[in-house]
Design a protein around this ligand. Structure first.
Ligand SMILES: NC(=O)c1ccc[n+]([C@@H]2O[C@H](COP(=O)([O-])OP(=O)(O)OC[C@H]3O[C@@H](n4cnc5c(N)ncnc54)[C@H](O)[C@@H]3O)[C@@H](O)[C@H]2O)c1
Length: 330
């Protein structure tokens, strides 16, 4: 039975994907704010070491479960984060990726419907596809190739958004949709193929940094703790604020600038290696966060240089423990 979604009360919160990169930081922050956390994860990309330090906390519970199957639990709030987020992982089993986004959303929305819990969807900037407008505002409907190798993720997330708004219209659910842009920080997987983990691992190993294309494509990078405070602000906002709301850092960097910064901060002597651009790789992506600023009073505060220092420190420790790494898409 749901207790209440009022601010300031101890709540029981379900975090799907809670053993992943973002989910583990979110769980930690929610525990820190005095809530009970039920972490649901099938460990597809999540890591036990991400939540090891939470296991002794009596307010933290871990349930190994695949959200493509129905779940019956009691909760006040649901953060639906379960889904592989890096192209290497979501393209490995694209059918499962779509199932996780679509069946998973239905199953979690059904939990919310039964328990009257508020539910937040971790959507993505990928719903904009290869955008034709910059920066992307929430009104933009996107430019997604429904047949390409990224479609299992992009279209799955788009369908999940549709389901969220249909459950609100049809059943009166309290919903929140966050469109998350590139986020980075400690606990990213070294083998997840995303640009920051790739570059950092390559720099620390002294390998060449792989830039796809000429390096002039841009991305914006949000540090993980900034993102988590945005997600919680959205969850705790007034009921009529449903989103979608872009959450990300609007400051853009070219891949070349990012590579140079990481080489500099890690004290690496790595060279730079250019390789062909993968299919459907967006040239530019940055959020317009005016809506988040106005409705949530939220904006990121951590500069790339500072976030990278912490991230490099984390990967240094991971590599010293012998955890291996690979490379992939940006
Ligand atoms: N990190 C980013 O930059 C970013 C950007 C946009 C959107 N997002 C979204 O945020 C969420 C979290 O991303 P992340 O970077 O932490 O990724 P992650 O891969 O580290 O975490 C995803 C977690 O979900 C779990 N999971 C996957 N499929 C599952 C299933 N069927 N049932 C139960 N658990 C399952 C994984 O084991 C993992 O712990 C994802 O939904 C992702 O799409 C992330």
């Amino acid at each position: 039975m749901a207790l209440s979604t009022d601010l300031g009360e101890r709540r029981s919160v379900l975090v799907t994907g809670g053993a992943g990169f973002l989910g583990s930081f979110l769980s930690e922050e929610l525990l820190g704010r005095g809530h009970d956390v039920l972490c649901v994860d099938n460990f597809y990309t999540g890591m036990k070491r991400n939540i090891e330090h939470l296991l002794d906390n009596p307010r933290f519970e871990l349930l190994r479960h695949d959200i493509t199957f129905p779940l019956s639990v009691e909760t006040d709030q649901i953060y639906n984060l379960a889904c592989p987020a890096s192209p290497i992982h979501y393209q490995y089993d694209p059918v499962q990726t779509t199932k996780t986004s679509v069946h998973g959303a239905i199953n979690m929305l059904d939990v919310a419907r039964r328990t009257k819990a508020r539910i937040l969807q971790a959507s993505t900037s990928e719903v904009y596809g290869d955008p034709t407008v910059h920066p992307q505002r929430e009104e933009y409907w996107g430019n997604v190739n429904p047949l390409g190798p990224r479609a299992c993720y992009d279209e799955g997330k788009r369908c999940a958004e549709t389901l969220f708004f249909d459950y609100r219209r049809q059943f009166g659910l309290s919903i929140k949709v966050a469109r998350i842009f590139n986020t980075y920080g400690p606990r990213m997987r070294p083998d997840d193929g995303r640009v920051i983990s790739n570059f950092v691992v390559q720099a620390l190993k002294g390998d060449p940094l792989t830039i796809y294309g000429d390096g002039s494509q841009t991305r914006s990078f949000c540090y993980v703790t900034d993102l988590i405070s945005g997600l919680i602000a959205l969850m705790d906002s007034d009921d009529e604020i449903t989103g979608p709301i872009n959450l990300g850092n609007p400051v853009e960097f070219t891949m070349r600038e990012l590579a140079d910064l990481i080489i500099d901060l890690s004290g690496s002597r790595s060279a730079i290696l250019h390789q062909p651009l993968p299919e459907d790789d967006p040239r530019q992506r940055s959020p317009d966060i005016a809506r988040a600023r106005e409705t949530l009073g939220w904006e990121p505060g951590i500069a790339l240089r500072d976030g990278l220092r912490t991230t490099i420190g984390y990967f240094e420790e991971l590599l010293s423990l012998g955890v291996n790494a690979g490379t992939g898409s940006q």
